[in-house]
Design a protein around this ligand. Structure first.
Ligand SMILES: [Zn+2]
Length: 320
């Protein structure tokens, strides 16, 4: 069983973090976002301008700027009442082409950069917007609209976002294992020289893989959904990948087992080498796949719903 203090001690010793500089506040500073706020703009190739480090608001969204007063914890507990506010918001009458940017809907705060404040953060407004889109697909397939359908769509949206972020935790887990074995800093170099230095529209590779992981794992992580809602969620994901930001859109090409496996070897090779240059078909990369299991199980990853500009502890309903 991993222990966060021991992990931080190791990372400090190998120079991968400076524990004296990690944020101390319970919820940390305003969180970073994964990608660019202006996701609709095609970025320049070969620059690191795809990524920004801080966010001061909750990003663009199609709803009123008022924060929702949803009690996500109660919603996620056994009596999952759909409050009137949510009932109204998830009405399946959004324009069909409303796109939700994966890069701002949720994010992962790395152990390396946030210490005790690491974890998965999910923007509640993004959950509602994705649920809306899933519900539209569900209705289009003949599903009846009801409170149950709306709750299922919400659960599907939460499961998607959580699963995407779990992939990022897995890649940080791989880098921590490398640091433990080789006694060297790994993640910050990978993050700076590979993740943030995307050279093509297929990068960051980690985002394409996170989306593909989300799609491939969805059935297993959302087992309570009825078949029609599950299909609607998968349809939504497929449609959204195509016009997603660079990196994120790569998912479309790597959903199959062969392509996914090859891309994952490629990414793990980049993490091992802390460089985009490596032999992805080498047996090193093949063996390194065993490093990519999550250091912390789903229910041990601190998870928060980002609402009203603050992080609220939250347990996604479908991961128990
Ligand atoms: Zn991501």
């Amino acid at each position: 069983m991993p222990n966060l203090d021991e992990i931080l001690g190791l990372l400090n010793r190998v120079g991968a973090v400076d524990i004296n500089r990690l944020p101390l506040a319970p919820n940390g500073p305003p969180p970073p976002i994964e990608g660019d706020l202006s996701a609709n703009v095609t970025p320049r190739v070969g620059t690191s301008s795809l990524h920004v480090e801080t966010i001061t608001g909750t990003g663009e969204d199609g709803h009123a700027s008022d924060d929702l007063s949803v009690d996500w914890i109660r919603l996620a507990s056994g009596d999952w009442d759909l409050c009137a506010e949510l009932d109204e918001l998830i009405s399946a009458d959004e324009p069909v082409n409303t796109r939700v940017a994966w890069e701002t809907a949720a994010w992962y705060q790395q152990i390396h950069y946030y210490g005790q404040n690491w974890g998965i953060f999910i923007d509640e407004k993004a959950v509602v917007r994705i649920a809306n889109q899933v519900l539209l697909k569900y209705l289009a397939a003949g599903g009846p609209i009801s409170a149950t359908a709306k709750k299922s769509a919400l659960a599907a949206a939460q499961a998607m976002l959580f699963t995407h972020e779990v992939f990022h935790h897995r890649m940080e887990s791989a880098s921590i294992r490398v640091s433990a074995i080789a006694e060297r800093s790994t993640y910050p170099e990978y993050h700076r020289l590979v993740y943030k230095e995307a050279r093509s529209l297929d990068e960051p590779l980690e985002e394409g893989l996170a989306n593909a992981f989300m799609y491939r794992e969805f059935g297993r992580r959302a087992p309570g959904l009825d078949g029609r809602m599950s299909k609607a969620a998968q349809k939504y994901m497929l449609a959204s990948f195509k016009d997603s930001a660079p990196g994120y859109r790569l998912a479309t090409d790597i959903l199959g087992s062969f392509e996914y496996g090859r891309a994952l070897r490629d990414l793990v090779g980049r993490i091992l080498n802390r460089s985009p240059w490596h032999d992805s078909d080498s047996w090193h990369a093949e063996m390194a796949l065993a490093l990519t299991g999550a250091l912390f199980a789903d229910d041990r990853i601190p998870t928060f719903m980002w609402t009203a500009g603050a992080a609220n502890p939250f347990t996604p309903p479908l991961r128990r």
